[in-house]
Design a protein around this ligand. Structure first.
Ligand SMILES: *Cc1c(COP(=O)(O)O)cnc(C)c1O
Length: 378
């Protein structure tokens, strides 16, 4: 029997613990220390983001976005149903009503063709999720947003180092939220980042992140004492978290090369399944692939259940996600009742295969052979 293949194994370069020790020895381990500044500089100077702020999670970055937009009870926010709960929850916390959008048939991203029909006089924002790091149709989404004066908040949790027509995902909307949760490409255990692409939100973002105070400006020497000026919370991570993340960022190129290679091997090995009606990831010409996750779309729920069980019995852990949010225990009774067939299809039929830096060629061969064997007989 072969050793089990986990679904995920967090990447670790070895420098994470060295940098954490450095942060500890520096005597400053609260937020916005040396490593946080390095991370901010990397995103702003190397990757060209206008302004970024590390947060304790992507969820928190989304909550900051909702606060920055002054989302109020009764406002409507358009969110895909096929996403993680935080995409919607961040706005629900401010009293917003979520108007769920369906996915496309091409891939699980939000379908811009249906957007116009979802906009009302109460709509405030659209929240596209770049599923699997594959860009949404941003021109079409932005056109609807511009026509109605709506903000676009990118949920870029999957989308580090991926591009829409050559522009970095997370740099396109009014604001964007990244995740460094241990299941993402670069990680800090828990962690996230808010990208502020519309400069008017930058000063207030710093205040909201620091408990509603001017502390950030104070530490830059811009004000001589700091005080309470707005609402806010504690959204900034300890520098210990940033130290971990910095070691990951130093290896970003290598991590991405490896993940893309694994993704490509999956695609090449499993592409023949398309002839049997199995769905594979599809990239529009405007999108890149960042190797965040590899999925198949089975033909029905029974088939997916059987495939996951077959792999598990061979020691291979494949998983599914997300349960359509419009059918969730919390939101089903609040949803307006529209059917969202594509979201339901991905919810029932999408399966993710193991994808992590240390996945060896031999282990990956075992996975692809097992999937092909399953479909020989199923
Ligand atoms: C992981 C994820 C989040 C949440 O990220 P956290 O950093 O765990 O808060 C939000 N949206 C999507 C699409 C995600 O995959």
């Amino acid at each position: 029997m072969h050793p089990a293949i986990p679904f995920n194994k967090p990447y670790f370069s070895g420098n994470e613990t060295r940098y954490i020790e450095q942060a500890v020895r520096s005597g400053k381990i609260s937020g916005d220390g040396l490593f946080t500044q390095r991370v901010h500089q990397f995103f702003e100077q190397e990757l060209g983001f206008r302004k970024v702020l590390l947060t304790t999670s992507c969820t928190d970055a989304l909550e900051m976005a909702a606060l920055l937009l002054n989302i109020r009870p009764g406002d409507e926010v358009i969110v895909p149903s096929f996403t993680f709960v935080s995409t919607a929850n961040a706005f629900v916390l401010r009293g917003a009503n979520i108007v769920f959008a369906d996915s496309t048939g091409l891939n699980p991203n939000l379908d811009p063709a249906a957007l116009e029909g979802l906009v009302t006089s109460r709509t405030r924002a659209i929240v596209p999720v770049h599923y699997a790091g594959i860009a949404c149709d941003m021109a079409a989404i932005q056109a609807v947003a511009d026509k109605h004066g709506l903000a676009v908040i990118e949920d870029a949790a999957h989308a580090i180092d991926s591009y829409y027509r050559g522009r970095a995902l997370g740099s396109l909307g009014t604001l964007a939220a990244f995740s460094f949760h241990e299941t993402k490409n670069i990680i800090s255990g828990e962690g996230g980042m808010l990208a502020i692409n519309d400069a008017q939100y930058a000063p207030r973002a710093e205040v909201i992140r620091e408990k509603g105070t001017t502390r950030t400006a104070f530490f830059r020497g811009e004000v001589d004492k700091y005080g309470w000026v707005d609402v806010g919370s504690s959204f900034l991570p300890s520098d210990i978290i940033a130290a971990y993340l910095w070691a990951q960022i130093e290896n970003l190129t290598d991590i991405q090369q490896q993940r893309r290679a694994i993704w490509q091997r999956y695609y090449s090995a499993l592409e023949p399944l398309a002839n049997q009606g199995i769905g594979l990831p599809r990239l529009p010409d405007y999108a890149t692939n960042n190797g965040h996750l590899f999925y198949l779309v089975c033909r029905n729920l029974a088939e997916r259940t059987a495939l996951i069980a077959y792999l598990r019995q061979l020691g291979i852990l494949a998983v599914f996600h997300y349960l359509s949010l419009h059918k969730s225990t919390y939101y089903a009774s609040r949803h307006d009742g529209r059917a969202l067939p594509w979201a339901d299809l991905y919810s029932d039929c999408l399966v993710r295969l193991p994808l992590f830096y240390e996945l060896t060629n031999a282990a990956q061969r075992r996975i692809t052979d097992a999937v092909l064997d399953f479909y020989q007989t199923y």
